[in-house]
Ligand binder design. Sequence first.
Ligand code: SF4
Length: 400
Amino acid sequence: MGEDTEEKSVAYEPTHPNATVTQEGYWTGKNDEFLPVSASDLERYTYCPLSWSLAAHGHAGKGEEIIKGQESHKAIHHIYSEYQHLRIQTKRNLLIWQWWYAVVLVLVVDAVLFRGLSRSNFDTDEFSKLLATWALSCLVVGICALLLPWRNLIGMEIHQDSTIHFSVENKAVVEPYFEPKGFKGGWFEGGRIEVAFFMAAIVMALHSMALRFASDKEQAAYVFAFIAICWTLLASFQLQRALVANSKSLDIADENNITIGTDVAYSDDETSSDLLIDKTTGLRGRPDQIVIIDGEFIPVEQKTGRVPKRPHESHSMQVLAYAHLIETTTGRTPPYGILRYGEEDLHVIDWNEKTKNSLFDRVKTIQEAMAKGGASRNHTREGKCRNCSRRYACPDPLSP
Ligand code: SF4
C-alpha cells in the first residue's frame, strides 16, 4: 500500500477504540461520558459515512461552496440579529410609552383634583398626613421585602421568561428587566413586587408634599396641567421611536420572508462553542436560529446553495437533532423544526415518536462507528462524489 493510500485509509479507523456500549445501545468513553455526536456529524454521516469519518479524522471540507455557505450564514445571522434587535427596541419603547402615558393620566387627574380642592373646604392637611403614612408604610414593607428572602419562606414560585435558556454572553436575546435567571429575592435582591412598593411610596410621598406645601391649589393645578402637556410630548416621542423600530423590523421580515410577529430567541454567530448539549446521549449542536412560533421554541436550519426538489435526509436529521436538544434544554417539546433552503423554500420536519427513534438510532450508529471504525460509502451516485468537499482525501470515491 502506498503512502497516499495509507493516509486515506485512516478514514476507516475508529476514533474512540476504547469506548464501551451501554444497555441502551449508546457508547461511552472516558469517565463514562457518552461519545459526542454533533448535529453536523449526523448530517455528514447521513450524507456519506465516509465523508463523516474523513471529517472526524481531521479532513476539513474544501471548495468554493463551503466558503460561500459560511458567508451566507453570516449574512443570515446578521439579518436575524438586526430583526430581533428592532423587535426588542419596539417592545421596550412601547413599554416605556405605556409607563409615561400612565404618568400623564396621573398628572391630569392631579390637575383636576387640585382645581377642585382650591374651591372646596376639604381638609388637605389631614389627607396629606394620611398619604405620608401610607407612603412610609409602603417604604418599610418594600425595604423588608428587599432584605428578607420571603419568597423562599412562603414557597413562592418564580416564573421566568424561558428565552433566557438560550442566553449566552453578547447574544441579542430577550432578557427580562426584573427577576433575571437565578433570581431568588431577599438579601438586597428585589423583583417586581419590591419595585411596586417603592413606586407607590414615591407617588404617595410626592402627593402628600404637594398637598401640604402648595399654598395656592389653583396655581398648582395649572402647573400639573403644564407638566402633563410636556410629558405627553415626551410620550409621543417614545411612541414614535417604537413605531419606527417596528416599521424597520417589518421591512426586514418582508424582505427576508420572516413570518411577521416571529420572535428570535437565538441566532448562531458561529463564535460560541456548543450551545445545546444532551448529556444523556452525547448529542450536541447549535441551530442556526431558534424562533418562537405560537409560544413554542422552533429550531431553524438554513441551507444555502442549490435548492433541492425535496429536503435531503441529512438536513432533516440535523433539524431533528436540534428539536431534541431544545426539548432537553427547555423541557418543552417543539412540535416540529424548520428546514429552509434559500429565502422561500421552507419545509416542516415533524418531531414525533417515529422521527425521534430514527434520530436516536442514527446517534447510536455513529457512536458505534466511532468505537469500531469501518465507515464506508453508502451510495452509488457519481454526482454526489463529484460535489463532495472531502473527495480530495477519500479512499473510495466514485469516478476519478
Ligand atoms: S467522495 Fe464520495 S464516497 Fe468519498 S466521502 Fe465523498 S461522497 Fe463519500
